[in-house]
Ligand binder design. Structure first.
Ligand code: ATP
Length: 253
């Protein structure tokens, strides 16, 4: 389905809620190391697309990762296969430190875990946690509690948590929302780091300058359907996209 078969391929994705066709026949790919933007007006179906790809809502169509079909896999199996998402709302465990919040995601709980640890301690996984915190510039806050952090820092911790599980492809739902200028800059740097490490990124965000400057390719949704796919320059000039989205004031809010 995808050009190389190494990344994420979505074909004919469809979700309906009662009479609302929230996502309608959506197809696209995200290759390793590629940042793909998914944009569109409020209610266009962006979050529902992420919900469907990650297995958080019932959908029709096909989802494939690294050549393997995940169409019938539940959400936790998709995450374990390397298809990891973030949410618009940040859910952190306030009783755990920042580092422990990431460790929960990085260390899968399995019955044989303690046995493996006894023979070969999983130092690599703990390194993943600090590495992910370093990538979002928050390593010095590793021992802090989430309640001590700003809203933007909490969002970056949630992002780092998604990275600590060593994803192949991350689905980011409005990661820039609520970030200040410095934090948005840190996010941009992080996105480039992900790209350099060969991780594919699907980026949903209303911050058009972030999307237009970081994405190689952009998919535009309107009323659940893909109305355009192309490079940022093509998308910026596409009359359908300007009419449906870029011409409206919300796009730059
Ligand atoms: P925004 O930019 O505002 O986050 P979006 O592009 O992410 O919007 P979705 O949240 O995916 O859009 O919504 C797509 C459509 O599906 C909308 O018409 C919305 O009202 C509807 N919808 C989303 N979730 C549900 C649900 N759980 N039950 C019923 N309808 C829903």
């Amino acid at each position: 389905m995808s050009a190389t078969g190494a990344g994420l391929a979505v074909r004919g994705l469809a979700v309906s809620y009662g009479g609302v066709q929230a996502v309608d026949d959506v197809s696209f790919t995200v290759e390793p190391g590629e940042i793909v933007g998914l944009i569109g007006p409020n209610g266009a179906g962006k979050t529902t697309t992420i919900d469907a790809i990650s297995g958080f809502t019932v959908s029709r169509g096909q989802v494939e990762l690294a050549g393997r079909s995940l169409t019938s896999a539940p959400a936790h199996a998709r995450a374990r296969a390397g298809l990891v998402r973030t949410f618009q709302s940040v859910e952190l465990f306030d009783d755990l430190s920042v580092r422990q919040n990431l460790a929960v995601a990085a260390l899968p709980v399995r019955w044989w875990g303690p046995l493996v640890d006894a023979v070969a301690p999983r130092r690599g996984r703990h390194a993943d946690v600090d590495d992910a915190l370093d990538a979002v510039g928050l390593l010095e806050l590793a021992d802090a509690r989430p309640t001590d952090l700003s809203h933007g820092q909490r969002r970056l911790v949630a992002l780092a948590r998604a990275l600590a599980s060593r994803p192949r492809v991350v689905l980011l739902d409005e990661p820039a929302a609520g970030l200040d200028t410095d934090e948005t800059e840190a996010l941009g740097t992080l996105l480039h780091t992900l790209r350099d490490r060969g991780i594919g990124v699907l980026l949903v965000d209303h911050d058009m300058s972030l999307v237009l400057t970081t994405c190689l390719r952009i998919v535009v949704l309107d009323f659940g359907r893909v109305i355009a796919t192309g490079a940022p320059d093509e998308i910026r000039r596409d009359p359908n996209v300007v009419r449906a989205y870029l011409g409206s004031s919300e796009a730059n809010s």
